[in-house]
Design a protein around this ligand. Sequence first.
Ligand SMILES: Nc1nc2c(ncn2[C@@H]2O[C@H](COP(=O)(O)OP(=O)(O)O)[C@@H](O)[C@H]2O)c(=O)[nH]1
Ligand SMILES: [Mg+2]
Length: 199
Amino acid sequence: MKNNYQKAHFLLSAADIVQLPPDQGIEIAFVGRSNAGKSSVLNRVTQNKGLARVSKTPGRTQLVNVFTLDDDRRLIDLPGYGYAKVPLAAKLKWQRTVDSYICERESLKGLILIMDCRHPLRELDVQLLSFCHQRGLPVHILLNKIDKISKSAAAATLRRVKEAVGASGQPLTLQLFSALNNMGIKELYALLDQWYGYA
Ligand SMILES: Nc1nc2c(ncn2[C@@H]2O[C@H](COP(=O)(O)OP(=O)(O)O)[C@@H](O)[C@H]2O)c(=O)[nH]1
Ligand SMILES: [Mg+2]
């Protein structure tokens, strides 16, 4: 039997938040620096390689990609950030789109912020956390690629990031994850089930 997330199918890509579907039901958005592993995480969660392929289609990487789980629930793939060579205009466009999505979207229940565990809390990650903080929106951080570092280094990273973000008083949770070997998938499903109201 398919789990709730395997049912995800592509609905549309939006260049601007006015192109999004009606603001009803529950949306959870996945976001992160380019190369942190957002596409790999989405593939894992939905067990559907086609999903991230859609998001990778040239021209769509800078768009908000919307996937439907059912009539009331959507999964949102926000454009990645932090490419070295992106022109300033594109950076500003990313900021505007993501900022207005986060600030205005009523159905947005929470964000899954994906970071490479070896390079956590880069500048735009912190900026994103602050957008969410302003709205009191919960964020769940995935420290991804945990298979790349030792267990003790992973534990130390978790502790360090927890300390760094804990001080803000923001509704925030975090976990270790690996899109490569599925580590942390149960914990992530439990969180998503709770936010989507499946639990
Ligand atoms: N070892 C390891 N590699 C990963 C993991 N997640 C993603 N990758 C690799 O990191 C690179 C970027 O992943 P991708 O999903 O395209 O990142 P995106 O740019 O954030 O969508 C690819 O080569 C992936 O195979 C992980 O958990 N472990
Ligand atoms: Mg990607």
